[in-house]
Design a protein around this ligand. Structure first.
Ligand SMILES: *Cc1c(COP(=O)(O)O)cnc(C)c1O
Length: 373
């Protein structure tokens, strides 16, 4: 029987434990497993290879993204590194100019040391993507909506461009989650997540994931690399993340509803120069987002009138929005990105990023109003 998405989120990987009947999935903390069980070879051997809680999470992640295989990692960056490390001397990766600062750090600090060519483009401009790929490309990296400017790129078109060059399209789907956007159905080959954000959902567990459209040699190679590099997710972290999957659709619905109200409020506020949120019809990527996403997400950024100091002060004056990094938790967060991103930052000095949480929308608006006074 095939189930709809919300049903999969609750049940995938979360069947009652066959050994005890426990309704909540068990956590197996053992590092090692006996070689033979009831006279048969035990498929489990060592925690760095695989463990039952990770296996359950991977079943859930593959089901939600519609892929053949999912791999859980110790963090989002471990998942980013696992994909980028497949690139060899002389190969090219094309990356967006607006993307997560850690991804930019990896492609600017690590890959050039290995002779990998890195080309940066505005991924929302397909003509630029075509020219960036003209001299050959092995991997096209997408992030849509992007961090922190909330740019939208057309994933189906990017998949066509990548495949025309024999390249793979990898999509960082952290901001959208599979509730709002399923890149594999649009033609992407691999989806990457920082599960630290919406999957965990409570700002208390670090993790990352890759979901592969096909369980092919590429997926097998990265599986073997994860074993060798040891970037696995601990049983407790896997358990918390699996727990987060079950309420993900419900949380995303409320996150999105609150964010729409926050964006509309900020868009008419005299202190705000620009609101970067794909749900506003004035956003340049609105039409593409409306086509490829189910809703517009719970991240937005604003560019304030004034300078760095005005924006920095705004992020410190909110009381309900906590001034902290990261995103995707129940609590609303606000952050001046340029101040926190460090060396690889491309964020404008007047940009403040908001992760809209699950509080009452009226309280959130009142807090922003007092902070913008
Ligand atoms: C946080 C984040 C990452 C990195 O994930 P970690 O879990 O912090 O290692 C990658 N991409 C995006 C879009 C993120 O927000």
């Amino acid at each position: 029987m095939t189930h709809k998405f919300d049903t999969l989120a609750v049940h995938a990987g979360a069947e009652p434990d066959p050994a005890t009947g426990a309704v909540a999935p068990p956590i197996h903390v053992s590092t090692n497993y006996v070689h033979e069980l009831d006279g048969r070879a035990n498929p489990l051997s060592y925690q760095r290879d695989s463990h039952p809680t990770q296996h359950r999470l991977e079943i859930a992640l593959a089901a939600l993204e519609g892929g053949e295989r999912a791999l859980a990692f110790a963090s989002g960056m471990a998942a980013v590194a696992a994909v980028l490390d497949t690139l060899q001397h002389g190969q090219r990766v094309v990356v967006p100019d607006d993307c997560y600062v850690g991804t930019r750090g990896y492609v600017t600090e690590v890959l050039p040391e290995r002779g990998v060519e890195v080309t940066t483009v505005d991924l929302s401009d397909l003509d630029s993507v075509h020219s960036a790929c003209a001299n050959g490309v092995a991997l096209l990296w997408a992030e849509s909506p992007s961090n922190p400017r909330l740019r939208i790129s057309d994933l189906a078109e990017l998949a066509k461009i990548a495949h025309a060059h024999g390249a793979r399209l990898v999509c960082d789907n952290t901001f959208a989650t599979p509730v709002l956007q399923r890149p594999l159905a649009l033609g992407a080959d691999v989806v990457m997540h920082s599960t630290t954000k919406y999957f965990g959902g409570h700002s208390d567990v670090l993790g990352g994931a890759l979901v592969f459209a096909r369980n092919d040699d590429f997926a097998a190679r990265i599986t073997q690399r994860r074993l060798l590099s040891g970037a696995i997710l601990s049983p407790f972290s896997a358990w918390l993340t699996l727990r987060g999957c079950r309420s993900l659709p419900a949380r995303m619905a409320m996150h999105c509803a609150n964010t729409h109200k926050v964006a509309v409020f900020l868009a008419t506020h005299p202190a705000i120069e620009r609101v970067n949120y794909p749900g506003l019809p004035s956003h340049p990527g609105h039409a593409v987002a409306a086509r490829q996403m189910r809703d517009f997400g719970a991240m937005l950024s604003v560019e304030l009138r004034g300078g760095y100091d005005t924006a920095f002060a705004f992020a410190r004056r909110t009381r309900l929005f906590t001034n902290a990094t990261s995103l995707g938790g129940c609590e609303s967060l606000i952050e001046h990105r340029a101040a926190s991103e460090g060396a690889h930052s491309h964020s404008p000095p007047t940009l403040v990023r908001l992760s809209v949480g699950l509080e009452d929308a009226d309280d959130l608006l009142a807090d922003l109003a007092q902070a913008l006074r």
